[in-house]
Design a protein around this ligand. Structure first.
Ligand code: EPS
Length: 398
């Protein structure tokens, strides 16, 4: 099974990741990793930091002659901003100059509870690791699982369907048309927009909303639509709580900084309707599986993939660092004080959609590996092809 860990502070020397359990034989180019890193850095509404960083991964192990060798892959991404933080973030030397402690927590951030939990007088260490800068390491780590899935005909894609009050009006038919060519076709279209929306008119509304928030010293969240295409039936399981694929996918998405809600298919709409208007009826006659006119279940029934496209939604709350700060207090004096201001982003929803694509990749890859077993790509693909043929045969007209 694929596992990974990340390490690194936002303004430390580097971020790093170790990815364990990747099968051997997966063809990887530096571009496969760096393209995902560059996508994560895009998006209208980012702050000054993205002008400093040009994220590129250094591969330190686990790849030989362009292919994974089954050993742990270790990756490193330099923080170019580190050179401006060598005193404030010094690892061993006590600084000669005074580094003032941050003692006013930001509402909505890890600041307050983090400093209590870890016993800090200064919020800085909490800010450094709770920061979404960490997601650069996750995207690099997960890009390898994404390539693995692509080799197995499974694609992941996303777009942004709302930013603050700006709801996208992209038609279901347009989304469907893009998805029919694979989720990466949809994602490439979204990549052409600075807010990762599919229609120009929607992009304009979102950009105006971000501009207004920035002017007011405010921040905006939004909603991400995530799709996984080419997934065979029967990944995941209903037999035990920790084998439920819907739960694993939701957990991965919620683990992204500032993501507070996940929806599978049209779950919240479904809750308001009778069953007769919710469940996706089954019809015979399609090649390789049942035919369905709807996908309100989002491709998951009984916590298993049902052969339809997986559709997940994630809600990102607005970033907690506001330039027009909210009420807080100083932990040193316990006096009321406006909250701490740090350089930050106005909106990071487009970046979050790229991170969402990344974090689900190892989950789906592991669900696939649980089905097929195998240590090298060729044997996994052979077993997957056989399984796909078996499914096709089961649905053949008799
Ligand atoms: C972040 C604050 C900002 C963001 C950062 C996440 O960084 P800084 O404090 O250096 O201005 O730009 O995001 C990234 C650096 C990144 O690579 O995505 C935060 O507090 O979460």
């Amino acid at each position: 099974m694929i596992r990974y860990f990340t390490a690194g502070e936002s303004h430390g020397p580097a971020l790093s990741a170790i990815v364990e359990g990747l099968p051997s034989g997966i063809a990887i180019t530096p571009e496969d990793i760096n393209h995902e890193l560059a996508r994560r850095q895009q998006g209208y509404g980012r702050g000054g930091r993205m002008k400093i960083e040009t994220d590129k991964a250094i591969v330190l192990s686990g790849i030989r002659f362009g292919k994974t060798i089954g050993s742990p892959v270790s990756l490193q991404i330099e923080n170019r901003d580190w050179k401006n933080w060598t005193v404030k973030m010094a690892q061993f030397e006590k600084p000669d100059e005074d580094v003032p402690a941050i003692s006013i927590p930001r509402p909505g951030h890890a600041d307050l509870t983090g400093m209590i939990k870890y016993g800090f007088e200064d919020i800085r260490p909490v800010i450094e690791r709770a920061s979404a800068r960490e997601t650069a390491a996750r995207v690099a780590a997960c890009s390898l699982a994404k390539v693995f899935l692509r080799s197995a005909g499974i694609q992941i894609g996303s777009y942004v369907s709302s930013i603050g009050p700006a709801d996208a009006a992209s038609s279901a038919a347009h989304v469907q048309e893009l998805l029919e060519k694979g989720a990466e076709t949809l994602t490439k279209k979204a990549d052409t927009s600075c807010v990762r929306m599919l229609e120009k008119a929607d992009e304009e509304k979102a950009v105006a909303a971000i501009d207004k928030a920035k002017e007011e010293g405010d921040t905006l969240g939004g909603i991400i639509e995530l799709f996984i295409t080419g997934v065979p039936m029967g990944l995941g399981s209903y037999v035990q709580h920790d084998r439920r694929l819907d739960a694993e996918l939701a957990s991965a998405l919620i683990s992204i900084q500032a993501v507070k809600g996940v929806e599978i298919g049209t779950a919240f709409d479904n809750a308001r309707k009778p069953g007769s208007e919710v469940h996706d009826e089954l019809h015979p006659g399609a090649e390789g599986g049942p035919s369905r006119k709807t996908n309100r279940a989002g491709g998951l029934e009984g916590s298993m993939t049902n052969g339809s496209i997986i559709h997940l939604r994630a809600a990102m709350k607005p970033i907690a660092t506001l330039m027009s700060p909210l009420h807080s207090f100083d932990m040193n004096s316990m006096d009321a004080h406006l909250s701490h201001i740090e350089r930050s982003d106005t909106c990071a929803v487009p970046a979050c959609s790229v991170i969402a694509e990344a974090v689900v990749a190892p989950i789906v890859a592991n669900a696939l590996l649980k089905k097929t077993g195998g240590d090298h790509l060729a044997e996994i693909i052979e077993r997957l092809d056989a399984y796909r043929e078996e499914i096709t045969a089961r649905f053949r007209k008799r």
